[in-house]
Design a protein around this ligand. Sequence first.
Ligand code: AMP
Length: 221
Amino acid sequence: MIPGARLILLGRQGAGKGTQCVRLSRQFVVPHISTGDMLRAAEREGSELGVMAKRVMEEGGLVGDEIMVGLIRERLSQPDAVGRGYILDGFPRTVPQAVALDELTAELPLDVVIDLDVPRELVLNRLSARRVCRDCGTNYVSSGVERLPWICEVCGGDVVRRDDDTPEAIMHRLDLYDKMTAPLIEYYQRGGRLTIIDGVATADEVSRRITAAVETARANR
Ligand code: AMP
């Protein structure tokens, strides 16, 4: 049987976390839990949470810790996550979220926290060109000369720029990352749980590096 995994992927927006999480989720047969996807789903449903999250996301801000911890507590208690594990993408984003996660996972601790390291200048270019299918979430890269409407090759949905991928919101999110999320790197480093992976490589090479890091972390446990 393929062993499950309990992983966190940290990294700037546009570092390639989404792509790697999809691969890791297939490899370890565990759910890919993206808090950004959960909030966008709530937005589509038009729930109270969704309405609030839409406003915060458009400004490139962060949804409150209490709400986010509540969402994750509920998701991690589902049978798939309890039984096999998970890959967390976009959570934790602040130190209080990380502290709450440690409490939630006290009995089944994380295997390893991966920091996918890609410099700010590089992700800035990637995010400006990023387009995403509104329906299935497949990522595309814009060359700037596409014919519109742009139709998704996978599901036929509309390929659009994410509402929060405007230049102002991108800069704001990257600033916030440096301010709020980068301290997480120190938090996990102190606990000896962090592996930094150079994310400037092909997707296949980055996947190989992450798999090796997970195996090393398990062997050292
Ligand atoms: P993402 O798809 O991970 O880039 O998330 C999109 C947006 O959702 C972020 O810019 C935040 O506004 C919000 N968000 C996602 N995860 C979190 C979190 N853990 N804490 C606070 N806000 C979050």
